[in-house]
Design a protein around this ligand. Structure first.
Ligand SMILES: Nc1ncnc2c1ncn2[C@@H]1O[C@H](COP(=O)(O)OP(=O)(O)O)[C@@H](O)[C@H]1O
Ligand SMILES: [Mg+2]
Length: 143
């Protein structure tokens, strides 16, 4: 697995944020639906860092899994009640405020690839958050 590590996270976070992206070479050509990862990374930074002394680590990992690429966006931040994560995914995406949120990405993934391809959120209070998604390698016409 090749690793690209981004060390400079800009003036806003400076050295408080460690951000790394790890991508298996086999899955570099796999197209990921437009705007599906950015909201997850934004959440990891925005919500993950909160209550964490403003320090934290965000990791994006893309693994090769045969016919699919498996992506995880993980932070070591405040996490949340698993029940809260379920509620967030159940929210009507149209009720979300500005931007594209978790429920919206979940809906898009299921619309594009089918019901089995929704987001999986692993979290607990104080234990960080890991959001997983699976992307079939076969090209899809709506991307
Ligand atoms: N990585 C995370 N760590 C902790 N809480 C999170 C994380 N991602 C999402 N959340 C929780 O889920 C809620 C919904 O996220 P989202 O749909 O992206 O909306 P927004 O970011 O605009 O609040 C957030 O307000 C936050 O409470
Ligand atoms: Mg958000």
């Amino acid at each position: 697995m090749s690793t690209a590590t981004c060390c400079s996270s800009g003036p806003r976070f400076g050295d408080r944020l460690r951000f790394s992206v790890q991508v298996a070479p086999e899955v570099l050509p796999v197209p990921v639906p437009f705007l599906c990862l950015q909201p997850l990374v934004e959440n990891a930074i925005k919500h993950g860092m909160r209550g964490h002394d403003g320090k934290g680590e965000v990791r994006v990992v893309v693994r090769d899994a045969g016919p699919e690429a498996h992506i995880s966006v993980e932070d070591d931040g405040m996490g949340m009640e698993p029940e809260r994560a379920r509620q967030v995914l159940d929210d009507d995406p149209r009720n979300q405020g500005n931007g594209i949120g978790l429920a919206n990405v979940d809906v898009r993934m299921r619309q594009i690839y089918g019901e089995a391809y929704g987001l999986v959120v692993e979290t607990a209070v104080g234990a960080g958050t890991k959001v997983r998604l699976r992307v079939p390698k076969a090209r899809h016409s709506s991307l």
